[in-house]
Structure formats: structure tokens, C-alpha cells
Design a protein around this ligand. Structure first.
Ligand code: 3HC
Length: 315
């Protein structure tokens, strides 16, 4: 790739042009997108597992129907994102085999167990809330198919966040035991939700280049701060305590608009989980491997059917 080619490409990015699959692009730009979109898609699909655990245990038919719809949405998000990644020349099979071989990552957050029904509320409120913070700027990503997939996904994500918050509100307005369940879920999901945004900017090898290429519009720490500033008041409204004794309002933050300073994140835990040592990591990959193997006959049958139809059309 010549300097002129790279400069011409960057000029397109700086002019806010959308890069489409057939456009000439630097190999690094393509590789970064395949990595990020593929991992994003894996996260959506693996993310169905912790929530799916509660479909048969939901406390009412209404909660079961809403949870079913949410888990079904996540499957659809995964499919849109695999399609976006496929426009860059990788196949879904390749991406899935990489995931199952432990070569591709998925979001650390989905390696934590869902122990009570309140976890389903905390996941919708915090995890989907964090996902929205991260995904709204991705609607303006320089790569067309990713940005367009995000626009559709963000519409559904808001429903996910609202239904989670409503579960937490119901519990917090319930019995002492229900309030304790909600607080316990916040205690267990708060810090892993902050880790979803990735390492601090100073420890993020990809952020600078992703910002230059306008794949990222904000850095990891900027999005994490936005999430904290939006979520702490919601916890207060619920009557819950954020499990961070160092959390405090500082009006000098965010150019004088104020914001919350917070305690330090346990990056040892983060990297342990990212490297596959999360509490549920083996279960998640085993479940994905079982689904992939059990579904092989369906994929083979669909391909055989498509080949027969193609042969008939030719004859
Ligand atoms: N979990 C797992 N790995 C993570 C991670 C996390 N929370 N945060 C960072 N990492 C990995 C990165 O993938 C990278 O490893 P790699 O080079 O092997 O890919 C390494 O840690 C360094 O991190 P960087 O910050 O330098 O990497 P990125 O620039 O890729 O930033 C990111 C990380 C912010 C997660 C970015 O990849 C991103 O925005 N991805 C798209 C959004 C996404 O994947 N969200 C996951 C949740 S999806 C979800 O919540 C669905 C909802 O419906 C519930």
C-alpha cells in the first residue's frame, strides 16, 4: 500500500465518506473491522446463553414473553453483524470456527453467571445500557454495512434496556427480599459492565488507529464515563447503592459539566476473563460448540437443497 493510497483513503475518512465493501481499503482497516464486527457478532450470540437460562424460570408469562423477544433480538443482531463481516471476505463458518477454537473473543460480560431473576433486570439495565453507549456512536462508523446494522440494532437495544430497568424498578418497589435481590445483582454486575468498554485508553492497542479511521468515535474511557454518569442517577432513583465506595460527583469533570469519579477497575479480573478464565467461559463455548455440531446436518441439508435447486434451474 503506497503512501498516496493511504493518504487518499484517510482523506475519504476525514471527509466523512462511507466506505463500502467493494471500495479499495487498507488491509489493516479491513482486518480491524473483521476482528471487531466478528467479535461483536459472537458477543450477541453468546449473550443469548446467560439470558436464555431464565426463559423457563421467568416469574410470569409476561416476563417470559418479553425475555423470549429479547433473546430472539440478540440472535438477529448476531446475524446482521455476521452478514456485515461477510462483506469483508470472511465466512460465518470461519468466524464460528475461530470462536470455538478460542481464537476470536466475545464480550467478557457474558462469562458471568445469571444466579437470580434480578440478574435479568441488571443485564437489561446495565449490559444493554452499556451496549447502547457503545453502539450509538458505531451508527456513525466509517464502514457502511457496520453503521447500517447498528442503526437497526440500536432501535431494539432501547427496548432491552427499558425492560431491564423496569424489572429492577418492580423489584425495588417490592418486598425487602426483592430489594435485596436487586442490590445483589447490582453488586455483581456493576464492575463487569464497566469492563465491557475495554481497557483504559493508555492500555488499548487499537483505540488510536480506530479513532483515526472513525471506526470508533469515542475512546473506551470516554464511553465508560458517559455510561457511569448516566447510570448512577438511575441507581439512586431505584434506591440502590452502586458498589464503589470511591464514587463521587466532581463538577470539574467533562469540561465543567461535572461527572462521577470512580474507584479503580480490577484489570487482573478483566484480563483473566478475556483470556477465557471467566466463571462460565467453558460452559459458553461448550454450549456454542454443541449448537454448532448439532446444527451441522441442517446446514448440510440446506446446502444440498440449494445445489439441487441450482442444478434444476440450469437444466
Ligand atoms: N471483552 C472481551 N475482549 C475485550 C473487551 C471485552 N469487554 N474489551 C476489549 N477487549 C479486547 C479487544 O478485543 C482487544 O483484543 P483483540 O486485539 O484480540 O481483539 C483487546 O482487548 C484490546 O482492547 P482494545 O480496546 O484495544 O480493542 P478495541 O479497539 O476492539 O475496543 C471494544 C474494544 C470497545 C469492545 C470494541 O471492540 C467494540 O466497540 N466492539 C463492538 C461492541 C461490542 O463488541 N460490544 C460487546 C457487547 S455486545 C452486547 O452487549 C450485546 C447486547 O445486546 C447485550
Amino acid at each position: 500500500e503506497t503512501e498516496e493510497f493511504l493518504a487518499a483513503f484517510q482523506a475519504r475518512i476525514d471527509a466523512e465518506e462511507k466506505i463500502e465493501p467493494k471500495d479499495a481499503m487498507p488491509e489493516g482497516y479491513r482486518r480491524t473491522l473483521v476482528r471487531q464486527i466478528g467479535q461483536h457478532a459472537h458477543s450477541e450470540i453468546v449473550g443469548m446463553l446467560p439470558e436464555g437460562n431464565w426463559i423457563t424460570r421467568a416469574p410470569s408469562l409476561k416476563r417470559k414473553a418479553v425475555l423470549l423477544a429479547k433473546v430472539q433480538d440478540e440472535a438477529g443482531h448476531g446475524l446482521y453483524l455476521y452478514c456485515a463481516a461477510e462483506t469483508l471476505g470472511v465466512t460465518r463458518d470461519e468466524m464460528t470456527e475461530e470462536l470455538l477454537a478460542g481464537k476470536a473473543k466475545y464480550s467478557s460480560i457474558f462469562n458471568y453467571p445469571t444466579l437470580t431473576w434480578a440478574d435479568i433486570g441488571a443485564i437489561g439495565w446495565l449490559v444493554d445500557g452499556a451496549a447502547i453507549m457503545n453502539q450509538i456512536p458505531l451508527c456513525r462508523c466509517s464502514f457502511g454495512p457496520y453503521a447500517r446494522a447498528m442503526i437497526r440494532i440500536c432501535k431494539e437495544e432501547s427496548f432491552h434496556q427499558r425492560q431491564g430497568f423496569e424489572i429492577m424498578l418492580t423489584l425495588c418497589r417490592g418486598t425487602e427480599a426483592q430489594r435485596a435481590m436487586a442490590q445483589d445483582a447490582l453488586d455483581r454486575w456493576w464492575w463487569p459492565s464497566l469492563m465491557m468498554f475495554g481497557p483504559h485508553d493508555a492500555d488499548s492497542p487499537h483505540t488510536e488507529q480506530s479513532m483515526t479511521w472513525k471506526i470508533k468515535r469515542f475512546t473506551n474511557d470516554e464511553l465508560r464515563q458517559k455510561f457511569i454518569d448516566a447510570t448512577v442517577p438511575q441507581a439512586e432513583y431505584l434506591g440502590l447503592t452502586v458498589p464503589d465506595p470511591e464514587l463521587r460527583w466532581d463538577e470539574t469533570l467533562n469540561e465543567g459539566r461535572g461527572g462521577y469519579r470512580h474507584g479503580s477497575i480490577d484489570w487482573d479480573e478483566f484480563w483473566r476473563v478475556v483470556e477465557g478464565e471467566g466463571p462460565m467461559a467453558r460452559d459458553r463455548i461448550a454450549a456454542r460448540k454443541k449448537a454448532w455440531d448439532d446444527g451441522a446436518w441442517v446446514r448440510e441439508a440446506a446446502l444440498a437443497h440449494a445445489a439441487k435447486r441450482a442444478a434444476r434451474n440450469v437444466a
